[in-house]
Design a protein around this ligand. Sequence first.
Ligand code: ZN
Length: 432
Amino acid sequence: MTIDQVQNATHQLDVPAFLADFRHTTTFGATVAGGIDRQAGTSEHGAVRDWFSSRATDLGFEIRVDQIGNVFALWSWDPGAPYVLVGSHLDSQPLGGRFDGTYGVIAALHAAHAVARAATRDGISPGLNLAVVDWFNEEGARFAPSIMGSSVFAGLLDLDRALATTDPQGVTVAEAIGAIGYRGEAVTIPTGAYAEIHIEQGRRLEQSGIPIGVVQESWYTQKLLVRVLGEQSHTGATAMSDRRDALVAAAHVVLEAEQVTGEFPSGSIVTSVGKFDVQPNSPIVVPRQVDLVLDVRADDPAHVARARALLLERMADLARRRNVEISAEDFDIRPVQRFPAEGVDLGAKSASDEGVESMLLATMAGHDSVAMNRITPSVMLFVPSVDGVSHCEREFTSDADLVVGLRVLTQVVQRLVNREMAEVAPGEGGPR
Ligand SMILES: [Zn+2]
């Protein structure tokens, strides 16, 4: 095996083909308002994966699917050597945007292909192989938790537990990926590094007029599964003073979740209730039970802990005043993850090689890179999101920004196959 340096891979980029490929993906699960609806394991998701697999095959990659339905497009010089993985996800939220995840997969395909072509042009066999990856179920809309495929790959989530997860109709992950033809076999892909590019989903890049963000760390996040239990009764026949209305109490929980952010420095914490199930949900019944998911995120874990404590206190108070029971269970706790400093430097250098400015950011959203960073040194890049909006049909990034991101990602992948992070340890997590 000759170990040599791949150079000038960006010269091998086919930018019109990248833009055409990206545009083509928006036809799978297209919604009328310009978004996409491609929830994990649906037929629309299967169709875009079929297209991606055949496109990658045409470009010379070899497709492998693992047991949780991650799709890998491999370019191997020495199958025994570790792989540089680069990718994101092709699934979406319901009525989601067309850039979230999909941009990262298509940019990865073209960046990896450019690096492979540069190596072929110069007769080079680099020290690491390449794999473009489409992770299964990053969004977690149909099957919770999110970041499922990469978490299983990284050994952070049990495979059998993930396969047995059900959607609201009782369909398991195993059944859903089987139905679209993406229940694969155990695959061994030794990993040397990981890179991902994604839309920012916030407006810090847009506001500063800088085209590339290099992610330093992820926010601390945690969810609370909250159950409010009252008593079911007749909406007409029950006196107001006799009611134990679970929905009214739950509505107060939602408001408390928003108001608690006022106790922290502006911009340092976000909370939401994104899921809310009312029972029996009948127009003539005072609701008996509400289950909701409360999501708390901050850069400082102490802020999350304090918000959680305040919310528990206020929920206990609400329960007393409204004569209902409120229970809260911690769930999906994700500590701060720091990307390796060498990877942050490598990302910034790659941007300056392309003659563009970059800024360091933290990510408030979870990403596959956060899971991968636990097992392999990872580099995460952002491109601007217009108005900072995401998880909606209005999500937008300009072609010019997509292409700058593609070029910088290509530099990153080139540096990674040239083993620039070979001696670097995976990222670190835990409290600061
Ligand atoms: Zn995403």
